[in-house]
Design a protein. Structure first.
Length: 234
């Protein structure tokens, strides 16, 4: 049985809020707390899995190549805006002014327009624009081999990137190699250790991306150290 995925807690909370808002808009009585909690837990488990499966199916569609697939963060932006619009449209004792399709349209517009606007304003790619990594596909060389021998253990091509200090989003890693299944690449860390806290926050990062996404790195959410990320196709 698959475990809860990233974003499960936020999914459950948004689901509970959405159910409460939709029932109130429809004039139905509120659900009991245990029923809302059960619905939230079920949604926290099922929806992230469904989103991941849908994203994988869209990537397999010829011509898309991962370029036009929404990121998970964009899905959450859309859900948040939809709930926000519908919640503010609520008027006690009066029917809602906005139809559901207007809330859906606002959410989709926010998911599509907000990330590029943030990228433009900041000069770098923000987290809603980042693509999922394929770090599980990276495999080090045989025992006794140097660190710099990295191979592709998956059955699809990956782009492996090693970013050194000074290389940061929006610039891709200078050392980037597209590896076919089973292929290997040699990467030179130039004596720099991996980025880690607290000893070496400005070290190198290593990340694998699904082409045409590009390996890069950016500061962690804690504001110290760096992590490898996958930029959208440029």
């Amino acid at each position: 049985m698959p475990a809860f995925q990233s974003g499960a807690l936020l999914t459950g909370i948004l689901t509970i809020i959405a159910i409460a808002i939709l029932r109130e808009r429809a004039g139905k009585p509120r659900l009991k707390l245990w029923k809302l909690a059960l619905a939230g837990i079920a949604a926290a488990y099922v929806i992230p899995l469904a989103v991941s499966a849908l994203a994988g199916a869209l990537r397999a569609v010829p011509g898309l190549g991962g370029r036009h697939v929404l990121t998970v963060d964009q899905v959450y932006i859309a859900a948040f805006v939809i709930i926000l619009v519908l919640a503010f449209d609520k008027r006690p004792g009066k029917p809602p002014r906005l139809p559901l399709w207007a809330g859906l349209l606002a959410g989709i517009a926010a998911a599509l327009l907000l990330p590029p606007l943030l990228n433009l304003a900041t000069g770098s790619y923000q987290r809603p624009s980042l693509r999922a990594d394929l770090n599980h596909c990276m495999q080090s060389g045989p025992e006794g081999a140097p660190f710099d021998q990295i191979s592709n253990a998956c059955d699809e091509p990956i782009t492996v990137g090693l970013c050194l200090p000074g290389e940061v989003n929006p610039a891709p890693c200078a050392q980037s190699h597209i590896l076919q299944p089973g292929a290997a690449a040699h990467l030179d860390a130039q004596g720099s250790g991996p980025s880690s806290l607290p000893a070496n926050p400005n070290g190198y990062t290593l990340v694998a991306c699904r082409p045409p996404a590009r390996p890069s790195r950016m500061g962690t959410t804690m504001g110290r150290g760096y992590e490898g990320v996958c930029l959208p196709p440029g």
